[in-house]
Design a protein around this ligand. Structure first.
Ligand code: ADP
Ligand code: MG
Length: 230
């Protein structure tokens, strides 16, 4: 279980069509397991880029990211994928469920072709119950509301018992009240499982509920405020 992620002078630029976009500029940040951190800032400020680097989906162009001191991104692809499976769960604004699979089958997908010590089917049912969807295991995404679809996506994100949850605007497609329920679920997971949660949001009221609020702009961390958890 990774307890601390440190970004040191992390830079990310994208090249294409002779243009270079600098998405992150010398970002220094430390994340501790167990915290809920909100990341806010205007669109294009580098929030999604930061999450994808932290989640080992991409590599920085400069600087260093270490996981309990280890430079995971220097390893080969399959080792990085193993690390991601062990440690990271992702949640997105568009729920990215597979439309032809039931809720249960969607939740099982991260476990395909993985060796685990637990019973996969039992585990998938357990997490669906944990997100309040015990009676929807055989429903297709099209038969579920937006909030329920996001719950399936959250169950899928935690089925492999990651220690960090990275959520990119998880409530962006939901009405305010449903969004709050989803936040409450994340908070519950944080309390029950002790996982670290980083979530990007445009909603100041949701951000205010986090332990910490990081504000980004133009690839830079503008402010980093540790608040009182509510
Ligand atoms: P945010 O999530 O805060 O809206 P992003 O991290 O998505 O911001 O993007 C930061 C900047 O990097 C933007 O200018 C965006 O256009 C650019 N960018 C992000 N991903 C890519 C990519 N894969 N290729 C080229 N440019 C990208
Ligand atoms: Mg984004």
């Amino acid at each position: 279980m990774i307890k601390q992620i440190i970004c040191q002078q992390v830079e990310k630029s994208f090249k294409g069509d002779g243009m270079k976009t600098v998405a992150l500029k010398k970002v220094d940040l430390t994340f501790e397991i167990g915290e809920i951190t909100a990341i806010v800032g205007p669109s294009g400020s580098g929030k999604s880029t930061l999450l994808s680097l932290l989640g080992t989906l991409d590599k920085p162009s400069g600087g260093l990211i270490t996981y309990d001191g280890e430079e995971v991104l220097k390893k080969n692809k399959s080792k990085i994928a193993d690390f991601r499976f062990q440690e990271i769960g992702f949640i997105f604004q568009q729920f990215h469920l597979l439309p032809t699979l039931t809720a249960l089958e969607n939740v099982l997908t991260p476990l395909f072709s993985r060796k685990v010590s637990y019973n996969k089917l039992e585990r998938a049912k357990e997490v669906l119950e944990q997100v309040g969807l015990k009676d929807k295991t055989n429903s297709l995404p099209s038969q579920l509301s937006g909030g329920q679809q996001q719950r399936v996506a959250i169950a899928r994100a935690i089925v492999h018992k990651p220690s960090w949850l990275l959520a990119d605007e998880p409530t962006g497609n939901l009405d305010t009240e449903t969004g709050e329920r989803i936040y409450d679920l994340l908070k519950e997971l944080n309390e029950q499982e002790g996982c670290g949660i980083l979530f990007v949001t445009h909603d100041p009221a949701l951000a205010a509920k986090a332990n910490r609020i990081i504000t980004m702009k133009d690839g830079v961390v503008l402010s980093d405020k540790v608040g009182v958890p509510s």
